[in-house]
Write a protein that binds this ligand. Structure first.
Ligand code: SF4
Length: 446
C-alpha cells in the first residue's frame, strides 16, 4: 500500500515526524508544500536541505520518498495537481482540514494524523543551533544535533514543569552535559549542590552511588538516576568486608572515598573525596587509619601523610589503565605540555604529573594555566569539557572511557522525568541514611 502524507507540514516538526512513524504502509510519500522549500526568512532551508533534515531525523529508510509539491492555490485543481506530481497512492494521511475535504471529495480514503508531540520545527531548529554551538567542539555534527534536539527540548521543558534539576558528572557525554544539565562537576561539587538545592526533584546523571549520596543528603527529595550504573571502586567492597576490617584493626577510623555504596558509607567514620582526602585523613587524631576502597589513591596519599594508611584492594578500571611509559613518550614530543592526572591513577604517574587531583582540581588548573598543551590523564568526559570550555587549549594524548558513566543516555533521562522505572528511583533504608549521613556530614563540615 502506498500512503501519501500531506498537509501544512513543517518537515522536521517532531509531531509530524511522530505521526509519520505511526503510518503503516509499504511506501510513504511525504509531500512538502512550496512555501517551505523556497528558503524564506521563516523557513530558511531549501527543499534539498529540508529533505536531508527529514531523512536524518527519520533515520535511513527506503520506505520514505520525500517530494516537493508546489502550491497552486486552486482548490478545484489541487488533487489533480498533487496526483500529477506524486503518481499513484492508495490512501492520504493529513492533519489539515482543507486537504482532507478536497481528497475526500475526489473519492480518496483519508485518515487524520494526530499530533501528539507539540514541538515545532522552528523550536527544533533553534535548539539544534544552540546545541551545535557547544557540541561542534567535540565530535557532534549538525545532523547529530538535529537528531537530539527534540529530546533535549522535551527534557528541558519537563525539568521546568516539575521543578527538577539535572546534575551531571564531568564524565557524562557532551549531549547530556551541554544539552540538559543544570550543573556540571565532580562527585564532591555535585553533592554540595544536591544538599543546598531548592529543586523538588534531582536527576543525577552519574553512577548509582552518587545518586545515593544525593538521596542521603536530601532524604525528603525525589532523587532519580537515569540508568542503574555501577562503578568498579564502589563495587569492590561490601559492608560486611568493612566490618571485618574494623574487627581486624580495632580503634582505626575508617575513611571511605565517596565512590562507595551508601551501605559502606554507613559503616565508615568519615567520607572523603579525591579533592579533600588528605585534609580528612590529617584531621583525624589517630596515627593509623583504614582507607577504602581505592588502593592507588591510598598509595598516593601515603606519600603525603605521616599517618599509616591501611589499604583495601579496589581500583578504578578507567584510571588504573594509564601507562606511565606511554605518557612520557608523548611528553617527549610535546615538552611544554602540562600533565594533569587524577589521583585514582597509579603513583608512578602521579609522581611526575604537574598536578594530581580531583576532576574539579584538574579543570581549575586548566582555567588558570597559560600553557596551551594539556595532557589529561583521566576519563574522556573531562577532555570534552576542556574542548568546549577552553577551545584555545590543545588536548594532547588520549583518555579512557568509563563504561559505567557512559551508560546514561538522553532517552533514559526523559523516561526518568516522564514515567520513571522502579530502578531509576533511588530508595534507601532510613537507618542507612542516618548512618551514612554522619560520615558525609563530617566531611562537609571540614
Ligand atoms: S571513572 Fe572509575 S571511579 Fe569513576 S565511575 Fe568509572 S569506574 Fe568508577
Amino acid at each position: 500500500m502506498i500512503a501519501l502524507f500531506i498537509g501544512r507540514f513543517q518537515p522536521f516538526h517532531e509531531g509530524h515526524l511522530d505521526a509519520i512513524k505511526q503510518i503503516k504502509a509499504d511506501k510513504i510519500i511525504i509531500g512538502i508544500g512550496s512555501s517551505q522549500y523556497k528558503g524564506t526568512k521563516d523557513n530558511p532551508y531549501s527543499f534539498v536541505e529540508r529533505k536531508k533534515i527529514i531523512e536524518t531525523m527519520l533515520g535511513k529508510n527506503n520506505q520514505y520518498q520525500i517530494m516537493a509539491i508546489p502550491d497552486i492555490h486552486n482548490n478545484l485543481r489541487w488533487v489533480q495537481h498533487v496526483k500529477k506530481i506524486v503518481g499513484n497512492f492508495d490512501i492520504v494521511f493529513t492533519g489539515n482540514k482543507l486537504t482532507e475535504k478536497l481528497f475526500k471529495e475526489k473519492g480518496y480514503q483519508v485518515r487524520k494524523t494526530k499530533i501528539k508531540v507539540k514541538i515545532s520545527g522552528t523550536a527544533i531548529r533553534d535548539e539544534a543551533n544552540r546545541l551545535f554551538e557547544y557540541l561542534q567542539k567535540t565530535c557532534y555534527s549538525y545532523e547529530d544535533c538535529l537528531k537530539i534536539a527534540p529530546l533535549t527540548l522535551e527534557i528541558n521543558q519537563l525539568k521546568k514543569k516539575q521543578n527538577a534539576i539535572i546534575l551531571a558528572h564531568s564524565y557524562q557525554t557532551p549531549d547530556i552535559m551541554y544539552g540538559v544539565a543544570d550543573y556540571l562537576g565532580d562527585s564532591y561539587s555535585l553533592s554540595k549542590i544536591a544538599k543546598t538545592s531548592k529543586a523538588k526533584k534531582i536527576i543525577f546523571c552519574s553512577v548509582y552511588f552518587m545518586g545515593e549520596t544525593a538521596k542521603i543528603l536530601n532524604p525528603k527529595k525525589e532523587v532519580l538516576v537515569p540508568t542503574l550504573a555501577g562503578c568498579s571502586l564502589a563495587d569492590s567492597i561490601t559492608p560486611a568486608q568493612v566490618r571485618k576490617l574494623k574487627k581486624k584493626y580495632p580503634g582505626r577510623p575508617v575513611v571511605c572515598y565517596i565512590n562507595t555504596t551508601a551501605k559502606v558509607k554507613a559503616e565508615s567514620d568519615i567520607c572523603c573525596t579525591s579533592g579533600n582526602a588528605l585534609k580528612v585523613i590529617n584531621s583525624l587524631p589517630q596515627d593509623e587509619i583504614i582507607f577504602l576502597p581505592d588502593i592507588l589513591m591510598g598509595k598516593n596519599l601515603q606519600k603525603l601523610t605521616s599517618k599509616k594508611i591501611i589499604l583495601w584492594n579496589g581500583t578504578c578500571i578507567v584510571h588504573e589503565k594509564f601507562n606511565a611509559h606511554s605518557i612520557l613518550q608523548v611528553k617527549k614530543q610535546f615538552p611544554n605540555a602540562k600533565i594533569l592526572a587524577h589521583t585514582e591513577c597509579n603513583p608512578n604517574i602521579v609522581d611526575f604529573a604537574d598536578l594530581a587531583g580531583s576532576t574539579n582540581d584538574l579543570l581549575n588548573f586548566v582555567d588558570k594555566t597559560e600553557s596551551k598543551d594539556i595532557m589529561l590523564i583521566t576519563e574522556c568526559g573531562l577532555s570534552d569539557r576542556v574542548r568546549v570550555e577552553h577551545p584555545d587549549k590543545n588536548i594532547i594524548g588520549t583518555c579512557n572511557l568509563c563504561p559505567y558513566m557512559k551508560k546514561i543516555t538522553l532517552q533514559d533521562i526523559l523516561i526518568a522525568l516522564k514515567n520513571p522505572r522502579k530502578n531509576q528511583i533511588v530508595k534507601l533504608d532510613k537507618k542507612i541514611i542516618t548512618k551514612a549521613k554522619k560520615s558525609l556530614d563530617k566531611m562537609l563540615l571540614l
